[in-house]
Design a protein around this ligand. Structure first.
Ligand code: G4P
Length: 190
């Protein structure tokens, strides 16, 4: 997706050789025009699929998923919660996720009320690195016996193995910008 690639080249900053910071349009300030184009592009890529809900994980996934959902007939967005909260339903699906970026484990939880076996789920997230967040959402969807239509990612880092892990589960991955390397502060697309 050209507009996204240009935005990454113009505004992204590289940290070390593995992290791309995109706070000016995706992870802190949000570019709504670009998110609408992202929504249209996901709609194109999953045009042939019936989708009943979008599943994502807090925090950055939520804004993206909400705009994307508008291009899929305003279907509901469900986000997995990462933090314990007194208002969280105890009757929940749960999966453990290991974050390489943060070097720690956390749990993702979704109330059983909001995903059921009739659902056809599109998983949406901002980044695909090692795939652990997406795999957590896949586990939750499978616990609910819902079907998974695919995983839609805004920025994939192809030098990490997230895509392989998800495809090994038999699930389609669609990424809008695929980064081959981030060496010497340079973003190289695949
Ligand atoms: P994984 O899910 O693909 O295995 O990735 P990992 O555990 O390494 O990533 C943990 C967090 O860091 C996720 O966000 C993920 O989206 C984000 N992340 C991974 N690589 C990059 C990168 O190159 N740049 C940026 N900006 N983020 C990256 P999170 O902790 O869940 O954050 P948030 O959604 O709460 O903001």
């Amino acid at each position: 997706m050209e507009a996204l690639k240009n935005k990454i080249l113009n505004e992204g900053t590289v940290i070390g050789s593995e992290i791309l910071k995109v706070d000016s349009f995706l992870n802190h300030q949000i570019d709504i025009k670009l998110l609408n184009e992202i929504g249209q592009e996901f709609k194109k890529r999953f045009a042939k699929n019936e989708i009943t809900k979008i599943l994502t994980v807090e925090a950055s996934g939520i804004g993206i998923a909400c705009i994307v959902a508008q291009y899929f007939n305003n279907i509901p967005v469900v986000f997995a919660k990462k933090h314990d909260s007194t208002t969280m339903d105890n009757n929940a699906y749960e999966a453990e996720v290991f974050s390489f970026t943060k070097n720690k484990k956390y749990k993702v939880r979704t109330s059983k009320k909001y995903i059921n076996k009739e659902d056809k789920i599109l998983i949406i997230d901002d980044f695909l690195a090692n795939g652990n967040a997406a795999l957590g959402l896949i586990k939750i969807t499978r616990q609910a016996e819902a079907s998974i239509v695919g995983v839609g990612i805004v920025i994939e880092k192809a030098f990490q193995n997230g895509r392989e892990c998800i495809e090994n589960e038999g699930i389609k991955v669609e990424s809008l910008a695929i980064i081959k390397s981030l060496i010497d502060n340079k973003v190289v697309f695949k």
